[in-house]
Design a protein around this ligand. Structure first.
Ligand SMILES: Cc1cc2nc3c(=O)[nH]c(=O)nc-3n(C[C@H](O)[C@H](O)[C@H](O)COP(=O)(O)OP(=O)(O)OC[C@H]3O[C@@H](n4cnc5c(N)ncnc54)[C@H](O)[C@@H]3O)c2cc1C
Ligand SMILES: NC(=O)c1ccc[n+]([C@@H]2O[C@H](COP(=O)([O-])OP(=O)(O)OC[C@H]3O[C@@H](n4cnc5c(N)ncnc54)[C@H](O)[C@@H]3O)[C@@H](O)[C@H]2O)c1
Length: 460
């Protein structure tokens, strides 16, 4: 049966955009359906504005820490203007125009699946059919179960990243990447921040030692960290919001900022109508080619719940497009870098110690205080900070994990990412030559500390 398109991509975040562009490049007839803005959460309310906002306070702290420099002033209106420029003033007219000129049919509206064999969708009053449908609808913020949350001022990542004025006080709920980045940003802009983290440590998916170092950093920034704590209720008291915690204490604030995780976005997609179910986390199950079904339904990015990063969404989009275009490839999620853009940067890749033990690695670990071991921290700042941890498998003599918090860590973590993904022998790393004086020299120093001979007992 003839179809309107070869492929319809639902959702124009970073994942959907890469899929649409690659499928178009492969000569297919492509429709891109977006209910809000072309560019998705990442471009307007997540990665781009948050990293734009974080850079000036980072540069300011770096200047203050470099010899002979005085602390530059932060100019909030100028930073806010640049943030607005970076998020295109929430206007995607140029993007729509660009796609249409390239030959993509752009439909602005909420897409709903209405049938299969061939796939049919409805969006903006139009019925479209295609051989392939790619679902790239992203995720939405979780609202924690706090009584009275609807009665007080609450910011999700959207309000927080498009903020116009810096609040005097904020209660941040969640100590993951969003909580650490936005919490530090607000604190450095002068907000009195209280951060509530349900777990006993920050960044729960990372090495506990890294969580400890990050907590110390945030406390130095003046953030009141409440670990192992949750809000139970929130209420108004005059101009204040009062947040009550599960230990009986309370905090007065101007705003509550949510960074308590996200859930896959499948509401209203019409999955039931075509017999598709989500898994227990609300995500779409996919196979190694990112197929939801074998008859042309695909999914990628946050909606798959794989690892909620833009680089993962774009990687899956490349896997989907190549497979549709007849060059099948399997997604391999080994060694995805995980960077939190705090100051100093926090970066990790591969397995944590607990994960490595679970997988039966014969594990060797090392931890390096960068200032004790290499020169770059001292030429970089007067009070050098930074730590690198390595995890290696003794039997295979390869790295299986790395974590660090240090200046520019988001850049040089990629050496560990490549070493882990390509299983580069430790002996090659031990024979490596890094430019002097750079942070990259830390890898040799940390690798030399790995005890690759004796077995470590498994934790009890
Ligand atoms: C504050 C914050 C900061 C972040 N910073 C980073 C970072 O620095 N680096 C990083 O890698 N990741 C970061 N992330 C995560 C990153 O934003 C996501 O992983 C990424 O946006 C996922 O891309 P996606 O294409 O899957 O979905 P999205 O970017 O969420 O895009 C999905 C699109 O689908 C549309 N849509 C949904 N349903 C429908 C429908 N039925 N019909 C039509 N359109 C629909 C939505 O409107 C949206 O535009 C951050 C997240 C947050 C919250
Ligand atoms: N730099 C980056 O790449 C970057 C930046 C921001 C976000 N992200 C992505 O966005 C996703 C969402 O980030 P996130 O930080 O919102 O989620 P997250 O799942 O990483 O962390 C949420 C944290 O909130 C805590 N929490 C949950 N409910 C709570 C409650 N009621 N009270 C107190 N604490 C509570 C959890 O224990 C958890 O540690 C992440 O998966 C991350 O990959 C990436």
């Amino acid at each position: 049966m003839p179809t309107d398109f070869d492929a319809i991509v639902i959702g124009a975040g970073p994942g959907g955009e890469v899929a649409a562009s690659r499928l178009l490049g492969g000569g297919l007839r492509v429709a891109l359906v977006e209910r809000e803005l072309i560019g998705g959460e990442c471009a307007y309310w997540a990665c781009i504005p948050s990293k734009t906002l974080l850079r000036p306070p980072e540069a300011r702290a770096e200047a203050a820490g470099a010899a002979g420099l005085s602390t530059p002033e932060l100019d909030w209106p100028a930073l806010r203007d640049y943030r607005d420029y970076m998020i295109r003033h929430l206007d995607d007219a140029a993007q729509i125009d660009g796609y249409r000129k390239q030959g993509v049919t752009v439909v602005k509206g909420t897409a709903r699946l209405t049938g299969r064999g061939p796939w049919r969708i409805e969006a903006d009053g139009q019925q479209l059919s295609a051989e392939h449908v790619v679902i790239a609808t992203g995720s939405q913020p979780l609202r924690p179960p706090v009584d009275g949350l609807d009665q007080v001022e609450v910011w999700t990542n959207r309000e927080a990243t498009t903020l116009r004025e810096i609040p005097a006080r904020a209660v941040m709920i969640g100590g993951g990447a969003v909580g650490v980045e936005l919490g530090q940003f607000l604190a450095r802009m002068g907000t009195r921040v209280t951060l509530l983290q349900r777990s006993p440590r920050l960044l729960t998916r990372e090495e506990p030692r890294l969580s400890e170092l990050v907590a110390d950093r945030l406390r130095t920034d003046g953030i009141d960290l409440r670990l192992g704590r949750q809000a139970t209720t929130a209420r108004r008291d005059g101009a204040d919001t009062v947040v009550e915690l599960d230990d009986g204490s309370s905090v007065r604030t101007d705003v509550i900022v949510l960074g308590a995780g996200r859930r896959p976005h499948t509401d209203g997609l019409g999955l039931d109508a075509v017999g598709i179910q989500t898994n227990h986390r609300g995500a779409l199950n996919i196979d190694e080619h990112c197929r939801v079904t074998s008859d042309g339904l695909w999914a990628l990015g946050d909606v798959t719940g794989t690892a909620l990063f833009t680089h993962v969404a774009m990687y899956q989009a490349r896997v989907v497009a190549d497979t549709i275009l007849g060059k099948p490839r399997r997604a391999d999620y080994t060694a995805i870098p995980r960077v939190v853009f705090a100051q100093p940067e926090i970066a990790a890749v591969g397995l944590t110690t607990a994960q490595a033990h679970e997988r039966g690695n014969n594990l060797a670990t090392s931890e390096l205080d960068l200032a004790d071991s290499i020169a770059r921290p001292w030429t970089y700042e007067t009070k050098p900070a930074g730590t690198l941890g390595l995890l290696a498998d003794r039997d295979r003599r390869v790295l299986v994990g790395a974590w660090t918090t240090a200046p520019l860590a988001g850049e040089w973590i990629h050496q560990a990412a490549l070493a882990i993904r390509a299983q580069i022998p430790i002996d090659t790393l031990l024979d490596g030559i890094a430019q002097f004086p750079t942070y990259s020299e830390a890898y040799l120093a940390a690798a030399e500390r790995l005890d690759l001979k004796t077995a470590t007992p498994l934790p009890q």
